[in-house]
Design a protein around this ligand. Structure first.
Ligand code: MG
Length: 263
């Protein structure tokens, strides 16, 4: 490289650095103007344990947080038997729900008759639980479906007898004082850490013998686990209500979402 050319390159680099430095010094930081409260501290659970702010619904020892059904306790699991199991407490309008379940080791039945149970959000919207490992059925009724509304994105089922997880984020539909729907419900589901429902819009209550239709209900509702004649086992069930984080200086009209009524 000739000396004059080398000098010109050096000068160009120096000028570029100077311009960049000037731009940095004269740039102004973007500030949203929103005064955020500090997010609360939550300690994650270790080895599958619930996070520190979770409401534990079943830890393997008793069913004191539930009512209905005549489910059995076996080896730290609640076994579906004799009716649906309902939480005593109501939750909503938005929450994160963790459920673990295992299909019966002894495979019997087929299609909807094999390992059928379900997680009913707000008592009305079923996330299907089914042994869909090598068990064809209608797609919007297989494991992970929003029953008769939306098949799972993929079939992420483990073999019968193996423990599986659901991590569900539920946004309840909201109704006004005239019982008119003002916001549909949404659900996101991860099965065994795989997204199978991605903010799926709920179309109404899930029925076997009727199309989906919304039936007004409070923003806080109980949750139930379905008994469908199969001894599906459940364990490690917990829920976290999701409270919106709102700027301290938010305008009054948008400072808070509709407040849930107590059931
Ligand atoms: Mg079911």
């Amino acid at each position: 490289m000739s000396r004059p050319f080398k000098n010109r390159c050096t000068l160009s680099i120096a000028v570029a650095f100077c311009l960049a430095g000037t731009a940095y010094l004269t740039a102004k930081e973007y500030l949203s103007g929103k005064v955020w409260p500090e997010p609360k501290l939550v300690t994650p659970g270790e080895n599958g344990a619930p996070p520190s702010d979770a409401v534990v619904l079943f830890d393997g020892t008793d069913l004191s947080k539930w009512t209905g059904g005549s489910w059995k306790l076996e080896d730290g699991a609640a076994v579906a038997h004799g009716g649906d199991l309902h939480t005593k407490e109501s939750f909503g309008p938005n929450y994160q729900l963790h459920v673990e379940w295992a299909e019966p080791v002894k495979v019997t039945g087929s299609s909807q008759g094999r390992g059928n149970s379900g997680v009913f959000l707000a008592e009305k919207y079923e996330v299907q639980v089914l042994d869909s490992y090598d068990n064809p059925t209608y797609f919007d009724g297989q494991c992970g479906a929003i029953y008769k509304q939306s098949p799972p994105l993929v079939n992420a089922c483990r073999k019968p007898g193996e423990w599986q997880t659901y991590d569900i984020v539920f946004e309840s539909p909201l109704f006004d004082e005239q019982k008119k729907l003002v916001k549909p419900g949404y659900v996101t589901v991860l099965q065994n850490n795989i997204v199978i429902q991605n903010h799926t819009e709920i179309l109404g209550s899930t029925h076997w013998d009727a199309p989906p239709a919304y039936e007004p209900h409070p923003p806080k509702e109980t949750i139930h686990l379905q008994f469908h004649g199969n001894p599906v086992r459940f364990r490690n069930i917990w829920v976290r209500e999701l409270t919106p984080i709102v700027p301290k200086n938010a305008p009054e009209t948008s400072a808070a979402p509709p407040q849930p009524e107590s059931k």
